[in-house]
Write a protein that binds this ligand. Structure first.
Ligand code: XMP
Ligand code: MG
Length: 184
């Protein structure tokens, strides 16, 4: 699949590369101030979708911060999340006493993230906050206290900037919806 092919598969670009980067720069500034210039903060990314958000958010921070990763699988039918989660890869480090900032690509129903948040809270961190690039307010099944949201988007399936359709399109620099021919 080459770059030209990817663009042919898109229906509509919802958020451009420039908009994403400008927003992440703003969020990074707020994160840095909130954590008193990054004191004791640990960024925790959720694989694989959050890879791009983590990389770019971190590079907008003016100082050094550690990161760690979790991978989870959500039991559910097809694309629907059930909220029953299995840890495929746990954090490398103990988070006792740490200020954990979960970095996510998207909050859809919120079920996966609310499970992850509860799981991390059970490990006695100093705090757990959430930053997500995207949120679909109309898809929410549970309320999650999310301190930083990049963009609220309509309840449509999106790809790009880490988000995939069948493992494709993660390398798009923008967030877009897919053309109907891709699904059929
Ligand atoms: P829940 O519903 O538990 O699901 O909040 C969160 C996870 O589901 C995936 N997801 C998407 N992936 N385009 C994607 O490529 C989407 O529009 C989308 N909505 C949800 C994603 O992995 C997210 O972490
Ligand atoms: Mg995700």
């Amino acid at each position: 699949m080459d770059a030209a092919d990817i663009q042919d598969d898109l229906a509509r670009v919802l958020i451009t590369e420039e908009e994403i980067q400008a927003r992440l720069a703003e969020l990074a500034e707020q994160v840095w101030a909130h954590y008193d210039d990054g004191q004791d903060v640990l960024l925790v990314g959720v694989l694989k979708g959050a890879v791009m958000v983590m990389a770019d958010l971190m590079r907008h921070l003016p100082g050094s911060v550690p990161m760690d990763w979790m991978a989870v699988s959500s039991y559910g039918s097809g694309t629907k999340s059930s909220g029953v989660v299995r840890i495929l890869k746990d954090l490398d480090a103990d988070i006792t006493g740490k200020h954990v900032l979960i970095v996510e690509d998207i909050i859809d129903s919120g079920l996966t993230l609310s499970w992850i948040r509860a799981n991390l809270l059970s490990r006695s961190p100093a705090s757990v906050e959430i930053l997500t690039l995207l949120r679909k307010p109309d898809a929410a099944k549970v309320e999650i206290d999310t301190r930083w949201v990049g963009f609220d988007i309509p309840n449509e399936f999106v790809v790009g900037y880490g988000l995939d359709f069948d493992e494709g399109y993660r390398n798009l620099r923008e967030v877009a919806t897919l053309a109907p021919h891709v699904y059929s």
